[in-house]
Ligand binder design. Structure first.
Ligand code: MN
Length: 255
């Protein structure tokens, strides 16, 4: 690593989000910072990538770019073009609203961090309570980013910080993904022409959380740090082999 680490900062809430400014501030104390973030809110865009349209990256100030694309586009363009080299660390957030359990499959905050990891950097997604001031957690962000930069191998971390926690000395619990329950809602409304349209997705519900899960940690006021891997292959391949090996049904008429 060069003497001064290179850190790419991004988010899924857009270039004007307060969490981005707070994250960039925390990063400045650790190295050279490039910011590349979507020009407008792209929450819930997961690993979306723009392959069938062009991208523009508007420089807003020195080393700050508003990208007309997804969080993954920002990290792809940032790592391979806007940064002078592949960054040592990609920081994504600070998202207003937790990314716990199955949220990681939808989250643009996590999607951007995962892209950073795929491009060769260590990466960390950061989320806080929806109502929290992201500036309150910058000491903890600084501490965790420092650890990632000092590590000899790369890591991908999903970090959630509850209200009241985030000071440098606060406890961090290493967790696995829990199960986050939402009210499953499809709301149908009618437009002015009488045609139906829909809002999907309901608010989170209080779930039954187990110790060791990220959801449990947050419920108990602790900072959760879930290390992620990108290989989501099922652990038990034999279960599938057994399904395939099951004897064919002799009454099945298909050839
Ligand atoms: Mn967001």
């Amino acid at each position: 690593m060069d003497a001064r680490p290179l850190i790419l900062v991004t988010n899924d809430d857009g270039i004007l989000a307060p969490g981005l400014e707070a994250l960039a501030q925390a990063a400045h104390a650790l190295g050279d910072v490039v910011v590349a973030a979507p020009e407008s809110e792209r929450s819930g865009s997961s690993r979306a990538i723009t392959l069938h349209a062009h991208l523009r990256a508007k420089p807003l100030r020195e080393r700050w770019y508003a990208v007309a694309g997804s969080p993954v586009d920002c990290v792809y363009l940032g790592s391979l073009h806007l940064c002078p080299r592949v960054p040592d660390l990609v920081l994504s957030g600070i998202n207003p609203g937790y990314n716990l359990g199955s949220d990681v499959f939808y989250s643009g905050t996590v999607g951007a961090a995962a892209e950073g990891f795929m491009r060769g950097a260590s990466a960390m997604a950061l989320s806080v309570d929806r109502e929290a001031d992201p500036r309150a957690v910058t000491p903890m962000v600084h501490r965790l980013a420092q650890r990632l930069l000092a590590a000899s191998e790369r890591h991908l971390w999903n970090v959630n910080i509850p209200p009241g926690a985030g000071r440098r000395e606060d406890e961090v619990v290493v967790t696995r993904l829990g199960r986050r329950a939402y009210q499953e809602t499809v709301e149908e409304r009618l437009d002015l022409m009488g045609n139906p349209y829909y809002w999907i997705g309901g608010p989170p519900q209080v779930g039954d959380h187990q110790p060791g899960e990220d959801t449990w940690a947050i419920q108990h006021g602790k900072i959760s740090l879930t290390p992620l891997e990108l290989d989501i292959t099922a652990r038990d391949l034999d279960a599938t082999r057994r399904v395939l090996a099951a004897a064919d049904d002799p009454t099945d008429p298909s050839p």
